[in-house]
Design a binder for this molecule. Structure first.
Ligand code: ADP
Ligand code: ADP
Length: 220
């Protein structure tokens, strides 16, 4: 995967081979600039792979795909909209009737302890609460694949631990098609070990996978 920039091409990923099984929780760790975010963008079809192939759910990815939910480091909520309206956004963007998703949105908000906040604006919520809203938004359409790019990186340690437990609960609560497949980018090895079935370590040389560590821990 090569970025074209004003000062020439930047190669962000090369020779990557990674297979992730259905329902698996995989963390990507590695130093800044090694290509973790690029990997998620390419998987989501937000950036085209300049060579090689990306297959999600048996289909080659050539453009942004709808079966993925994404959560980024900053919640990027629309601040003039209510919490509920933010969670409903993916339905709107997919051309679906948001009203049909209200119950699901409210259930998700309840699942992450935000019942009673549906009509608030994001600005009235703490950072951790806003990330929960972003998580609900990513889950609205029950995507089989969840891509998370340091979703809790900006939160304090305790809120972060809470959010990780929350995430495991949501993950363990199988959706319609079973457990979601999760790719989780983090700078924190303890976090990766706590959350994952498998930890993929990317090397400082852009794009190289240094090692794949399988973490086999009993689920809480
Ligand atoms: P992180 O390390 O948290 O993934 P970065 O600080 O590397 O994030 O990048 C932040 C943003 O800047 C991203 O949206 C990325 O696409 C963009 N970016 C990073 N490197 C470059 C670059 N060399 N040229 C243009 N944009 C870049
Ligand atoms: P990480 O998420 O591991 O920090 P990134 O995927 O953000 O790594 O970046 C990988 C490489 O690609 C870095 O060299 C970065 O500067 C470059 N890069 C990232 N985004 C862009 C962009 N939008 N334009 C140009 N180069 C980028």
């Amino acid at each position: 995967m090569v970025y074209e920039t004003g000062s020439g091409p930047v190669e962000a990923l090369r020779d990557i081979t990674l297979s992730v099984a259905d329902g698996e929780f995989v963390s990507l760790v590695g130093p800044s600039g090694c290509g973790k975010s690029t990997m998620l963008r390419v998987l989501a079809g937000l950036r085209p792979a300049t060579s090689g192939s990306i297959i999600v759910d048996g289909q080659p990815v050539t453009r942004p795909i709808s079966k993925v939910g994404m959560v980024f480091q900053a919640a990027v909520l629309l601040k003039w909209r209510t919490v509920l309206e933010n969670v409903l956004l993916p339905a709107e963007l997919a051309g679906l009737n948001p009203r049909r998703y209200r119950d699901r949105a409210n259930d998700l908000l309840k699942l992450v302890g935000l019942e009673g906040f549906a009509t608030k604006r994001p600005g009235e919520l703490s950072g951790g609460m806003q990330q929960r809203v972003a998580l609900c938004r990513a889950l609205l359409l029950d995507p089989p694949l969840l891509l998370m790019d340091e979703p809790f990186g900006a939160l304090d340690a305790m809120t972060r631990d809470d959010m990780n437990l929350e995430l495991l609960r949501v993950w363990g609560e199988a959706g319609e098609g079973g457990r979601k497949t999760v790719l989780f980018v983090t700078h924190s090895i303890p976090e990766a070990v706590f959350l994952s079935d498998r930890v993929v370590v990317m090397s400082p040389r852009p794009g190289r996978i240094a090692d794949v560590v399988t973490v086999d821990l009993p689920r809480p």
